[in-house]
Design a protein around this ligand. Structure first.
Ligand SMILES: NC(=O)c1ccc[n+]([C@@H]2O[C@H](COP(=O)([O-])OP(=O)(O)OC[C@H]3O[C@@H](n4cnc5c(N)ncnc54)[C@H](O)[C@@H]3O)[C@@H](O)[C@H]2O)c1
Length: 276
């Protein structure tokens, strides 16, 4: 087992990728502290883990509030005695109805989305770090988004925050390397989770949308699954990656390769000019 006797805190652990990561890590022997706004969902995932013989603690936490984050970290330390792994996964654009392009949202909305996707991960990291520094060991994984590096729709606040996460992770990797704390980022492509609920409800219309996205945007021709993300998170959280820090891994079915080909066909360009 890759995470035997390790303890992982997973934010956004109530559903989607967070749930997938938590279940996968439990299979590998980790104890799980699940922090989420959705306590019922986190409790249900904790129940799934316990029914498989694992250890899990569900914590109602708003990652944008430092007092709640401090309380969650204290509760996890009380329960497990340590936190070896932090998965900064919670995020998204919950409750958003505007498109996210220029002129469609106000300053308060900018602050809200930045708080969920950038300030929150920073707060949780700060709260977990004293334990990791003391032990001179730790793994921290950030979940960014393909929109941060290769946007195909305009969602300014969200994509800016997710790009910020990549900068935050890089700077942390630099600062924390002397403490043997590895910090890496996952950039997911489109993954089938409740994340999409604020865009459109589950049903035939959404299935058709996912089919179109898979066909036109994803070289491997399918949507990602929480398990796809969980496997990458497992690599970054286990000894398999002990010599890896400051890295960004796209788990995106080959994106952004396809969109780059669509906008700039280098082979066609060279052929046209008789260079190939
Ligand atoms: N699904 C995708 O296609 C996709 C693509 C790229 C990036 N992402 C990112 O991946 C991560 C996981 O997304 P998902 O698809 O599993 O989404 P999801 O909506 O299924 O789950 C997100 C979880 O985060 C929790 N959460 C939201 N705000 C929170 C807060 N302030 N405090 C604590 N918990 C909070 C939610 O309650 C929810 O349980 C997010 O950061 C998202 O932005 C998702």
């Amino acid at each position: 087992m890759l995470l035997k006797d390790k303890v992982a805190m997973v934010t956004g652990g109530a559903k989607g990728m967070g749930r997938g990561i938590a279940l996968r890590f439990a299979e590998e022997g980790a104890g799980l502290a699940l922090c989420d706004l959705d306590l019922e969902g986190a409790q249900s995932v904790a129940g799934e883990i316990e029914s498989l013989g694992g250890r899990a603690l569900a914590l109602r936490t708003d990652i944008t509030k430092s007092a709640e984050v401090a309380a969650a970290v204290a509760a996890a330390l009380e329960e497990f005695g340590t936190i070896d792994i932090l998965i900064n996964n919670a995020g998204g654009v919950p409750g958003t109805h505007a498109s996210g392009a220029t002129g469609t949202f106000d300053e308060a909305e900018w602050d809200r989305i930045l708080a969920i996707n950038l300030k929150g991960p920073w707060l949780v990291t700060e709260a977990v770090l004293p334990t990791m520094k003391e032990r001179r060991s730790g793994k921290i994984v950030f979940v960014s988004s393909m929109g941060a590096v290769s946007p195909v729709v305009s969602v300014l606040h969200y994509h800016a925050a997710k790009a910020g996460v990549l900068g935050l992770a890089l700077n942390l990797a630099f600062e924390l390397a002397p403490f043997n704390i590895c910090v890496n980022s996952i950039v997911p492509g489109p993954v089938e989770t409740p994340f999409w609920d604020s865009l459109m409800p589950a049903g035939p219309e959404r299935d058709a949308f996912f089919a179109a996205v898979s066909k036109h945007e994803v070289p491997l021709g399918r949507m990602g699954t929480p398990k796809d993300i969980a496997e990458a998170a497992l690599f970054f959280s286990s000894e398999l990656s002990d010599f890896v820090t400051g890295q960004t891994l796209c788990v995106a079915g080959g994106q952004p390769m396809l969109s780059q080909q669509a906008t700039f066909n280098i082979e066609g360009y060279l052929r046209e000019r008789g260079l190939l």
